[in-house]
Design a protein around this ligand. Structure first.
Ligand code: GDP
Length: 357
């Protein structure tokens, strides 16, 4: 037994003799360098944390081993893609364990939205999923808004410390949240040798808190995940989202990024009013039924990763309701009801919810 080094990612003792066994690294383990095992190295450099690495079944197993009434679940959701951040295994855990919900990326919302309004809306939306967290934190990792509040909330409910199970699908900002919480005081600990390799445990120095970082998973139904990577970057917002309001007559169409098409079906005298919200990288283009086409090659076109069938579906959305394309955009009806036909690539999920904005 060698008093060797441990992987700085997962804490497993390192070895450089058997590449098939845990803790393998091809590097010199007696050198001065801080080392990752090959698995953690891949995870941190190539994002193998995501679905290519984990099947849904393995993900479920990975999460389940941490579920305990003694722990706190800290779930991270993206406010711009709230429904797109939903994943059944995560929602199930939130129904089971005490939780604090972190709503990230509020910097991307149009300015007039107050954090308490956002929190109330989230509370209602989660309640309809059967989830009632101990508290909700509205944050932006980008500018560190609200992050101290997260720590304070945890310490309020657990003055004697707790192990915190951090959950979230890819892209919601889970890593950013963890990095903000740990700050420079990062220590990887492995109190549970042998139980897991995929999650890592970090103590927040100066507190009695430990964060368990679980892997991310690409959830089902996000339109962004159907696109080529280059276009995902245009669809996932990095600056305040754009909004455009329309008052359209029958058979007028809007094409979003040559990727989704809307056709107004309301009869002439009704003229519904609605707004579209999406990343600034997505173009909304109003046109006639004859001219509206999808996947036409131009600078607005968002490209599918693989050839996909398009389907048509009719929706009726009342004033005060929204139609959401997970991972892509949403439509908010001001004067309704709006009757529309939507043409979209198969594999993406569309949901109707109570208005957010
Ligand atoms: P993870 O996949 O959930 O671990 O997410 P990451 O922490 O890697 O973040 C995913 C993307 O969202 C990255 O491009 C981040 O820069 C971005 N991001 C994270 N937090 C915020 C935030 O508060 N505001 C904005 N605008 N972007 C964020």
């Amino acid at each position: 037994e060698r008093m060797g080094k441990k992987c700085i990612g997962c804490g497993i003792p390192l070895q450089n003799t058997d590449s098939k066994k845990d803790g393998y690294t091809p590097k010199d383990i007696n050198g001065k360098e801080e080392l990752y095992c090959q698995r953690c190295f891949r995870v941190s450099h190539y994002g193998e944390h995501s679905s290519s690495f984990l099947s849904r079944e393995d993900y479920q197993k990975e999460l389940q081993q941490w579920v305990s009434p003694k722990r706190l679940a800290l779930a991270v959701f993206d406010i711009i893609d709230f429904e797109g951040s939903f994943q059944d295994d995560i929602l199930d855990i939130l129904r089971e364990m005490d939780s604090i919900v972190v709503i990230n990326k509020v910097d991307l919302l149009p300015g007039e939205k107050h954090p308490s309004e956002v929190a109330n809306w989230v509370k209602g939306r989660l309640a309809s999923e059967g989830i009632s967290p101990l508290d909700i934190a509205i944050v932006s990792c980008k500018n560190n808004y609200g992050m101290n509040g997260v720590l304070r909330k945890i310490q309020h409910f657990y003055p004697n410390g707790v192990e915190v199970l951090v959950l979230g699908v890819t892209n919601v900002g889970k890593s950013s949240v963890i990095n903000r919480l740990l700050g420079k005081n990062r220590v990887t600990v492995s109190k549970y040798p042998g139980t897991t390799l995929l999650s890592t445990m970090n103590e927040i120095l100066g507190t009695k808190l430990c964060l368990i970082d679980t892997p991310g998973l690409i959830p089902e139904g996000r339109f962004s995940d159907l696109m080529i990577e280059e276009d995902q970057l245009r669809v996932i917002p990095s600056t305040e989202i754009s909004r455009k309001t329309f008052k359209l007559e029958k058979d007028r169409c809007i094409v979003l990024g040559e990727f989704v098409k809307l056709r107004v079906l309301n009869e002439e005298e009704q003229r519904p009013i609605f707004s579209l919200y999406a990343s600034q990288g997505v173009q909304f283009h109003e046109t006639s039924l004859e001219k509206a086409s999808l996947q036409k090659e131009n600078e607005n076109c968002l490209h599918l990763k693989k050839k996909q069938k398009f389907c048509k579906e009719i929706f009726t959305i009342a004033a005060g309701e929204e139609l959401v394309w997970k991972g892509f955009a949403w439509l908010s009806v001001k004067r309704g009801p709006l009757h529309i036909e939507v043409e979209y690539p198969e594999g993406g999920d569309i949901v109707i919810r109570k208005a957010f904005i």
